[in-house]
Design a protein around this ligand. Structure first.
Ligand code: SAH
Length: 239
């Protein structure tokens, strides 16, 4: 797998063994195979592309979408506030398109991320993304997390689903003391209902509003993403 970047900074994830076709002509499979990070390849129409190794941010951006996926800014905050690192034990629900799973499994590698999903069609999308990007440390369970969490002594339970409060008692049993329950919800009403169940946790809710700047004009970008979701970070103090 390689990432090509053209002069307009458009990016293309390309897989070995095939010619790469764009509206700017095609790059030969052999040229792609021989290209090393830092090289440039050229299409038959003279379009030039930088070649680098793709990373987790490219996989998140390029992943197939089913339900609304978490953005990298929120995924990074979730992993950061849950203090995840290599080896952390994490259960996530629901997998959805698997975009947040891609990030969490990257952070906790080589530990396996356990991801619950109730909808078979979404689980298929997530699975297709994991296999396309060769992500092997996700165990996808076709299960309703409101019915219980099989795993124990977890460092974190991460929720991105409509009724997170229904998973709190299960998370309470599954987390190690001091572990984190993190929930991502588009509506503050969901965060509020969740908070009502969080006795025994220390918690806070916030959102991340990210504003890009145009360095040339020394002004913020005119357009921005106004809202994605509220993040509740809850740490269990005792059982
Ligand atoms: N974070 C995901 C998107 C999740 S969308 C991403 O970045 O791609 C929410 C998902 O939760 C949906 O796929 C939905 O089917 C699933 N879901 C809803 N309730 C659930 C439950 N009780 N148990 C497991 N999954 C659930």
């Amino acid at each position: 797998m390689k990432l090509l970047i053209d002069e307009r900074e458009d990016t293309y994830l390309v897989f070995e063994g095939k010619d790469f076709h764009t509206k700017y002509g095609f790059v030969k499979a052999d040229d792609l195979k021989n290209a090393k990070p830092g090289d440039m390849v050229e299409s038959n129409m003279g379009r030039r592309f930088h070649v680098i190794e793709p990373d987790v941010s490219d996989f998140m951006r390029k992943a197939m979408r089913g339900p609304q996926a978490v953005m990298q800014k929120d995924a990074a905050i979730i992993a950061g506030y849950a203090c995840l690192r290599s080896g952390s034990r994490v259960v996530e629900a629901g997998a959805g398109s698997g975009v947040l799973s891609i990030y969490l499994s990257y952070v906790i590698y080589p530990e396996k991320l356990v991801s619950y999903e109730i909808r078979e069609d979404f689980a298929e999308i997530a699975k297709a993304n994991f296999s396309k990007y060769k992500i092997e440390n996700v165990e996808l369970k076709l299960k309703d997390i409101y019915e219980g969490i099989d795993e124990k002594e977890l460092d974190a339970v991460v929720l991105d689903l409509t009724e997170p409060w229904k998973a709190v008692e299960h998370a309470r049993k599954a987390l190690k003391v001091g572990g984190y329950l993190i929930s991502y919800s588009p509506s503050i009403n969901q965060s509020r209902q969740l908070a009502e169940k969080l006795s025994g946790f220390r918690y806070e809710t916030f959102e991340c509003i990210l504003r890009n700047w145009k360095e040339e004009s020394m002004r913020p970008d005119t357009r921005m993403i106004g809202h994605t979701g509220f993040i509740t970070v809850a740490r269990i103090l005792s059982r």
